[in-house]
Design a protein around this ligand. Structure first.
Ligand SMILES: CC(C)=CCC/C(C)=C(\C)COP(=O)(O)OP(=O)(O)O
Length: 347
């Protein structure tokens, strides 16, 4: 794997002082008026590159069979564009496509297994479906007789095929340790979806703290931790798993997923949970106040990330400084995508 510590020219231009605490304490860090998100904007927007990645995504989705009959819709979501925005230093469409496939495999599991009743989700079988899916993510070692049965099952599951092929693609660029991280995050994500299924099955809205725990497990970490894989370097395990480092990027991922709640809340089905909805129910807030409180919580998380990242940047390796800067850039791209994707436009 090529280790490129110095970010390509574009990112350096866009993030002056990249790799220093200045990257976090520059002009983007300023008090925001109430109700405004404390979050960078995209550092690059290259629609043509996004289109190329989206072309590859749709061809792959057709091949594995996910979002069958809904490929136009899938295209309107612009998930390839999402990865183009979130990885501003990466120009290679194939690397962006690998990340997009992983993202969309996860999203398909969320839509078809967890969230959307009209797409066949059923809380009573979420745990079994996800445990079976986990046997693709972290291949289950069975005796051959039963392995054949398992393989036959997975061949008929488009989401299993999506994960298998997406991870194969990712493995072209990821080290064994980076694939290990991804598998670990999937186990966490699937656990969170089982918790969500419990809320559905028992018709229970969780208290705010429990919702935030679920959103911590069901955050944007899975796509976000691919920043080094895509950019062609590797944050070593002793830094990646350092508790303070993990706290920094999980905080950013938790903030980023609240941007998802902010944008998706107005168009979500009654079956779905989001922070404004939970706040409204648990704390009796009206829609505007619930949204304002969600923005406040997001901003508090992002300020914490900036403080942690600035501190860690001063003490950490060049890899770590680059990683934290890439995470910051990722949040900006993600924000832009949420504001512009067809997925959250109200019809
Ligand atoms: C990419 C991905 C699916 C990462 C794991 C976290 C996750 C499931 C989401 C960010 C999607 O959250 P949510 O279900 O709220 O998304 P929608 O609002 O349904 O698009």
């Amino acid at each position: 794997m090529a280790a490129t510590l110095a970010p390509p020219g574009d990112l350096r231009k866009l993030l002056p002082g990249l790799g220093m605490s200045a990257a976090f304490l520059g002009p983007l860090v300023k008090p925001v008026p109430e109700g405004e998100l404390f979050c960078p904007d995209a550092l690059r927007d290259d629609p043509a590159l996004g289109e190329v990645v989206d072309d590859g995504l749709i061809a792959w989705a057709r091949e594995v069979g996910i979002y069958e009959g809904r490929l136009e819709k899938l295209r309107s979501y612009g998930f390839g564009r999402y990865m183009m925005l979130a990885h501003p230093a990466v120009d290679d469409p194939d690397r962006l496509l690998a990340a997009t496939k992983c993202l969309v495999a996860e999203w398909a599991a969320d839509d078809y297994y967890v969230d959307e009743v009209e797409l066949g989700s059923d809380p009573m079988v979420v745990g079994s479906r996800l445990a079976r899916l986990m046997s693709v993510v972290d291949p289950a070692a069975l005796v051959p007789r039963y392995a054949t049965d398992m393989d036959a099952y997975h061949r008929l599951q488009p989401i299993s095929e999506a994960f298998r092929t997406a991870m194969d693609h990712l493995a072209r660029y990821a080290s064994t340790a980076q694939i290990g991280r991804f598998q670990h995050q999937m186990a966490i994500l699937f656990l969170a979806w089982c918790q969500e299924a419990d809320w559905h099955a028992n018709r229970r809205t969780p208290p705010v703290w429990e919702y935030l725990v679920q959103r911590h497990l069901n955050s944007y970490l899975p796509p976000m931790i691919l920043v080094d894989v895509l950019a062609g370097y590797e944050l070593p395990a002793h830094e990646f798993y350092h508790p303070e480092v993990r706290r920094a990027y999980t905080t950013a991922a938790n903030a980023a997923v609240l941007v998802n709640d902010i944008h998706s809340a107005p168009s979500e089905s009654d079956n779905d949970y989001n922070l404004p909805k939970v706040l409204a129910q648990a704390e009796g807030l009206g829609p505007k106040d619930a949204m304002r409180r969600t923005v406040e919580i997001h901003n508090e998380l992002m300020h914490t990330f900036v403080e942690l990242a600035a501190r860690l940047s001063l003490a950490g390796s060049p890899h770590l400084r680059r990683f934290l800067a890439d995470i910051w850039a990722w949040t900006g791209g993600s924000r832009r995508w949420h504001a512009t994707t067809g997925r959250y436009q109200r019809s």
